[in-house]
Design a protein around this ligand. Structure first.
Ligand SMILES: [Zn+2]
Length: 368
């Protein structure tokens, strides 16, 4: 049976994949579905982890969230590698170099395992590179437009290297856009430079990703972009009232009306009102910007929740993640071969549904 699916994944075609299962165990309906559909996960935080600690992701690598054996077992076909840089790296002027190095890491992974991985740059290449499910195809998505700096020509270079979407901002307002997590709202939406960035992304064929943006910025992007836009990893605010990191019904419908897609996240704060309430910033803007804070504080911003650590509300973001999201992230990855499907774009279920397994490791690098 051939199936095209649009749920957690976006697919235009369906291909037959080899059925990976124990020879003596028939596949369940869910496993057959996963193997028959083309499943695309639009946000996997592998490249930054590879830079910190290289792992051969062609082999079982249970300490991280993504590896080839689990991806194929779960039926994952296209995995967007998140080329992530933090506001701290932006402030330090190292974001561009970090982004290039993460792309280098993805290319190294493909170079070492060409039978298992290939870089996907166009939907036209999917069937040829996929090789009937033998390979997991790696597309590139950039989380945070910081590596662009103030130089639009870098967009062309990153496009040439394979970047096919850019999340305009992350946890803090940047040159391009306001962030939903940052209460300063420097631009009240998209900046003038951000408008040029959207125009150039449209011209080059890089998808504009509105995840992480403030509501005003999402509206500005929808009004400015000539092409459909995506939310690569966002939940629906209907289930988490007041949590701006998730999309309102109005904005989700507006993304759909423009031909775009919202890729759903299952992290606690994205689906559980109590976790969301404990995660969202509730304070007024701090008197000074993150860039003026001590280096140690900026690093904490990057590692934990990419948030300003000087205000009570933002401390709450970090606390919520450390005590619940990491647990659920670990547990579902460890507990299910369907994790790549369920985690399309982020990860997890709620902690109550999937308790932390005993001895599960806590990653210091979870990002949302
Ligand atoms: Zn994110």
């Amino acid at each position: 049976m051939r199936i095209a699916v649009l749920a957690l994944a976006v697919a235009a075609v369906a291909l037959s994949s080899p059925l990976i299962a124990q020879a003596d165990q028939p596949l369940s309906a869910g496993q057959r579905f996963a193997q028959d559909a083309i499943i695309v996960d639009t946000h996997i935080d592998a490249p930054s982890l590879l830079l910190r600690n290289w792992n051969d992701l062609g082999l079982d690598t249970p300490k991280v969230e993504f590896d080839y054996p689990r991806a194929r077992q779960g039926g994952l076909d296209v995995a967007f590698m998140s080329i992530y840089t933090s506001p701290a790296e932006d402030a330090a002027g190292t974001a561009t170099q970090t982004a290039h190095t993460q792309i280098d890491a993805v290319e190294a992974m493909v170079g070492r395992r060409p039978d298992q991985f290939a870089v996907l740059r166009s939907p036209k290449d999917l069937e040829r590179l996929h090789q009937r499910g033998q390979r997991v195809l790696l597309a590139l998505g950039m989380e945070n437009g910081a590596p662009i700096g103030d130089d639009l020509s870098r967009l062309k270079l990153f496009h040439a290297r394979g970047v096919r979407y850019i999340t305009l901002a992350h946890s803090e307002d940047n040159r391009i856009s306001d962030s939903s997590y940052d209460m300063h709202r420097k631009w009240k939406g998209l900046s003038p430079f951000g408008e040029q960035v959207v125009d150039e992304m449209n011209r080059l064929g890089i998808m504009v990703d509105v995840s992480h943006l403030s509501d005003d910025a999402v509206r500005d992007v929808l009004a400015r972009s000539k092409a459909p836009v995506i939310a690569s990893h966002s939940g629906l605010r209907h289930f988490t009232p007041g949590f701006e990191r998730n999309l309102s019904d109005e904005l989700a419908k507006a993304v759909a009306a423009k031909g775009g897609v919202v890729q759903v996240v299952f992290g606690n704060a994205f689906v559980d009102p109590a976790s969301a309430a404990d995660t969202q910033p509730i304070s007024t803007p701090a008197p000074s910007s993150n860039r003026n804070r001590p280096r140690r504080a900026r690093a904490a911003t990057s590692r934990a929740a990419k948030t300003n650590s000087t205000t009570p509300g933002r401390r709450r973001i970090r606390r919520a993640r450390s005590r619940s999201m990491r647990c659920s992230i670990r547990s579902i990855t460890a507990s299910s071969c369907l994790a790549p499907i369920m985690s399309a774009s982020a990860r997890t279920s709620t902690a109550s549904a999937v308790p932390c397994p005993k001895g599960s490791s806590r990653s210091p690098t979870i990002r949302t």
